[in-house]
Design a protein around this ligand. Structure first.
Ligand code: PRP
Length: 176
């Protein structure tokens, strides 16, 4: 099968939208320190670009979960692979994700984090695929709503590749 890609969201649009999100978040958290939690690995590009544009004090931590069994679609089973380094009790926590698809990962994560008693807990995702939702997840900050297509780039992978593309693309597999 031949992999082909086309641009869905170009780099300059991602950049502009992140600037807008950062401005809004900086206003909403004025006078506070926001504790960003990045969900590895997909969110790394987004969390870095977002954090650089925030004008409030920022701290950061990372978690890694696996929501997909053996190369298939979402299994609904979420496994914690790497936990946070620090407690989040009484902190203003903002979870930063690259994409919400079925919602299983975030539904699990938000429950898990909420049980640790943060002062506040909000969610920021670059991409949202509402058509695919199986679990209700409240999104506080969203970059773009996208259609149900297989997206890659800007952190998102196909078989661990393409994460480094500077834009969001759609990948399709074609017969050679
Ligand atoms: C992606 C994404 C979310 C999750 C969303 O991660 O970063 O964590 O899937 O899917 P869901 O809403 O259906 O649960 P993935 O498991 O692909 O890992 P990665 O970030 O390391 O690529």
């Amino acid at each position: 099968m031949k992999e082909s890609t086309r641009v869905l969201i170009p780099e300059d649009q991602i950049d502009e939208r992140i600037r807008q999100l950062a401005e809004q978040i900086s206003k909403d958290y004025a006078g506070k320190t926001v504790h960003l939690i990045g969900i590895l690995k997909g969110s790394v590009f987004f969390i870095c670009d977002l954090a650089k544009r925030l004008t409030i004090p920022v701290t950061m931590d990372f978690m890694s979960v696996s929501s997909y069994g053996a190369g298939t679609k979402s299994s609904g089973v979420v496994k914690l692979i790497k936990d946070l380094d620090e407690p989040i009790e009484n902190r203003e926590v903002l979870v930063v994700e690259d994409i919400i698809d079925s919602g299983h990962t975030l539904s699990y994560l938000l429950k898990n984090l909420s049980s640790r008693h943060p002062a506040s807990l909000r969610l920021c995702t670059l991409l949202d695929k509402p058509d695919r939702r199986e679990c209700d997840v409240e999104v506080d900050y969203q970059g773009f709503q996208i259609p149900d297509e297989f997206v890659i780039g800007y952190g998102l992978d196909y078989d661990q590749r393409y994460r480094n593309l500077p834009y969001i693309g759609v990948m399709s597999l074609e017969e050679e």
